[in-house]
Design a protein around this ligand. Structure first.
Ligand code: HEC
Length: 139
């Protein structure tokens, strides 16, 4: 069921991506408009705080585990998006984005195994990634 849901989401995102790709090609330019603060308010903040709350209390139902999986997956995606579109200015940024990808992938794996202790440990790597980048780049 979980896997089925995941493939559905991936399938839909790919369809959306192909559609977007075609329209970008038609317009002949990069139409990417999201600024870093949009990504932070729209992806980092909601998904990081929701995941933190879920792991602190401990997921209580299948639905909680599915939500934890969703938050980890989107934080992982953020780790890639932060490196695209000319957003990465230096090595500290790149290191923090890599930390975010690795930490969120480890949370994702632990959530698949419904291992709350491993998920909490990996989540620390996620919040370290936020801190690493903010220390250097958030004014
Ligand atoms: C690779 C760099 C990087 C990483 C990783 C990163 N951030 Fe940020 N974050 C920034 C920058 C740069 C800003 C300042 C953006 C601005 O003001 O234009 C920011 C700002 C923010 C803001 C304020 C947004 C606003 O518009 O007021 C929040 C909230 C935030 N980050 C949360 C997080 C969380 C939570 C994480 C970890 C899951 C995270 N960030 C990881 C670079 C990063």
């Amino acid at each position: 069921m979980k896997r089925f849901l995941l493939f559905g989401v991936v399938g839909l995102s790919c369809a959306a991506f192909l559609g977007l790709g075609a329209s970008i090609a038609q317009q002949g330019g990069d139409q990417r408009v999201a600024e870093v603060h949009h990504l932070m308010e729209g992806i980092s903040k909601p998904h990081c705080s929701a995941l933190g709350k879920l792991l602190k209390a401990g997921p209580k139902s299948e639905r909680d585990w599915q939500h934890a999986e969703l938050h980890a997956a989107l934080l992982n995606e953020l780790g890639f998006i932060l490196m695209q579109g000319g957003r990465c200015p230096d090595a500290t940024w790149a290191k923090a984005a890599a930390q975010l990808r690795a930490g969120s992938a480890a949370v994702y794996e632990a959530v698949q195994d419904q291992d709350v202790d491993a998920a909490r440990a990996a989540f620390k790597q996620v919040t370290r990634a936020c801190a690493t980048c903010h220390k250097a780049h958030r004014k």
